[in-house]
Design a binder for this molecule. Structure first.
Ligand SMILES: [Zn+2]
Ligand SMILES: [Zn+2]
Length: 389
């Protein structure tokens, strides 16, 4: 089968503390500590076989390119990849996956060949403290397809049945092609869902929500806030085309912060003006630029406001703690999609949200390296690879 393969040089950084297991197995919990000079190529690979009785063989139909994929493509000045996450190379990337079931093992009950499915890539252990506390998305022993197990950017892939979600309800409403594209978009949307509703506890109908950063996760946050009954949804980005998408996905208004700055206006002013001075009941940081955005969030907190961090920002940023104290505000960190995929698929199947406008480019597998190069220019919302046309 054809597949994208990432190879690289195993070269642990001076002073990096890799476990014996990582050293012996050539994998790293923090890829940026060990993997250098990554190379993305489209290659022939043997098709995967069903091994476990609960394995499902899937023909990949739509796979999103995520910022974390781009961080396995880009490097720092010494050639190390930028992604601080578990990675084993060589690897088939791709963790925002939808496809159709081709074959199932004897213990599989819930899906059959021909079914459209989305794949939850994280395989958590179920035994550790995080898993037992119901926070399996934070499992320290997890394996993750597209990172340390082969993912979806290939003609075929394997998943356990417990990690496969049927898209049959989406298919009832949409064409086959749209069903797979929606299925791939459900992963980044689930990341927003988990942060806003599971970690932060959600909003009440009538709330005001401000979303800072309109990449796919921010755009999904806009759609989810609207679906959850927000009275006011305001979005901010540095790209006017992404602002337009935010309005298409349900923002009452989206503002180009570069244009605002040129007029001497801050995002916080806009939020206060649109909420009669009350501020945002929920502020979502989905840009990975907390250094620039936190002062705007702190200047526009409603009393009892919630702040949700979804963007990855490697460095430390100053925080005005008094702003949170005076407003009785809370801060919620979140990562991953565990618990978000089923409700997002249901919302998409019922028509309460429609994520399709966020797809800005599509590539076939043979041109996938061009696709990731384009993603690295950060002008698009979501770029999809369609591995089987
Ligand atoms: Zn991702
Ligand atoms: Zn665990």
């Amino acid at each position: 089968m054809r597949a994208i393969e990432i190879t690289g040089e195993w070269s642990p950084r001076e002073g990096s503390r890799l476990s014996k297991d990582e050293q012996a197995g050539h994998w790293a919990r923090n890829a940026a500590d060990a993997w250098r000079n990554p190379r993305w190529t489209v290659v022939d690979r043997p098709a995967p076989d069903l091994i476990r009785p609960d394995d499902v063989l899937i023909r990949s139909r739509a796979v999103g390119i995520c910022g974390s994929d781009v961080h396995l493509y880009e490097t720092d000045a010494s050639g190390y990849v930028l992604l601080p996450y578990r990675v084993r190379l060589p690897l088939v990337p791709g963790h925002e996956i939808a496809g159709e079931v081709v074959e199932v093992g004897p213990a599989v009950h819930n899906v059959r060949p021909g079914d459209p499915v989305a794949v939850q890539t994280l395989q958590y252990c179920g035994r550790c403290d995080a898993c037992r506390a119901g926070l399996a998305g934070h499992c320290g022993e997890a394996e993750d397809r597209g990172f340390n197990l082969d993912g979806g950017m290939a003609e075929l892939m394997i998943s356990r049945e417990s990690n496969v979600r049927s898209l049959a309800a989406v298919r009832e409403r949409h064409s086959e092609r749209d069903t797979f594209e929606i299925g791939a978009l459900c992963e980044p949307a689930s990341v927003a869902y988990v942060g806003m509703f599971l970690r932060a506890g959600g909003i009440l109908p009538g709330a005001a929500v401000a979303v800072h950063g309109c990449g796919p996760i921010g755009l999904a946050a806009v759609a989810l806030a609207r679906a959850a009954g927000a009275a006011t949804v305001l979005a901010f980005d540095t790209s006017s085309s992404r602002c337009k998408l935010a309005e298409e996905l349900g923002a009452d208004a989206a503002y180009d912060v570069v244009a605002l700055r040129a007029q001497g206006v801050q995002a916080a002013d806009v939020i206060l003006e649109n909420t009669h001075g009350e501020g945002a009941d929920m502020s979502v940081e989905a840009a990975g630029a907390a250094g620039a955005i936190l002062p705007q969030i702190e200047g526009s907190l409603a009393v009892g406001g919630k702040v949700v961090f979804l963007g990855s920002e490697a460095g430390a940023v100053p925080m005005q703690t008094m702003a949170y104290m005076l407003r009785g505000a809370t801060v919620h960190g979140s990562i991953g999609n565990i618990g978000g995929l089923d409700p997002v698929i249901a919302l998409q199947a019922s028509g309460r949200i429609d994520l399709r406008p966020m797809v800005t480019a599509r590539y076939d597998l043979e041109h996938a390296v061009e696709a990731v190069e384009r993603a690295s220019q950060r002008q698009d919302a979501k770029i999809l690879i369609l591995p089987n046309g």
